[in-house]
Structure formats: C-alpha cells, structure tokens
Design a binder for this molecule. Sequence first.
Ligand SMILES: [Zn+2]
Ligand SMILES: [Zn+2]
Length: 117
Amino acid sequence: MKEMKKQQALSEEEEKKTQNTCFFECYKDTQWGKNFRQTRGLFGVNDPIPVSQLAASQSTKVCGFPVELKREKKCEECGKLPCLIKARMKCHGSFGCKSPYVATGGIAYFVPKTVVI
Ligand SMILES: [Zn+2]
Ligand SMILES: [Zn+2]
C-alpha cells in the first residue's frame, strides 16, 4: 500500500512535469540537407518544400539530445514559431546541432537560421 502511494505521487509529479514542459527532438544536418538548401536557397518558414516531412527526413539525423523547455504561459502550441525558435536555439547553443529542423509531437518543423535572432 505504501509502495503504491509512492508510485502514484511519482506519476503525478511526472504528469505535472509533462504539462509544464515543451519537448523537442533536436537534429543534426546531413550532407544532403546542406546541399539541398544551398541549391534551393532560403525562402523562410513558409517555403513548402523544405517544410515537407520528406525534406526534413532527408536533411536530418537524430542527434540524440532531447530538448526540454520550461513551458511558458504564452506557449499555446509547440509547433508555433516562438517555441520552435527557442528549441532550435537551445539545440544549436547547447549541442552545436546545425540542422534547421526541430521536431515536436512527431512532426518536424523547418526553422531556418534567418528566423533565429
Ligand atoms: Zn542536437
Ligand atoms: Zn511549447
């Protein structure tokens, strides 16, 4: 009985953490990705081709560092730019990953450097 209580408290704590955290996956750039963007040029986050999941999967390899951000009140959705930019900056700054993609909820988002201020 005591054990169960302990477990319950732990999962509640975990749940709280999940609610208060934005989770991202951080990527490293592949050679294909570098070449692709060099050829393509950069047209920002609305460019449909680099935004496609196919381009993302070709351009990236998982770097192995999950990115966790403290969720701020203004984060309505991690797939929106303010949160994505923070994740990308953390990935770039902490782990030196230069891929312009970050993923959250299984979807990769294109966040080019020009947006990272
Ligand atoms: Zn990384
Ligand atoms: Zn978020």
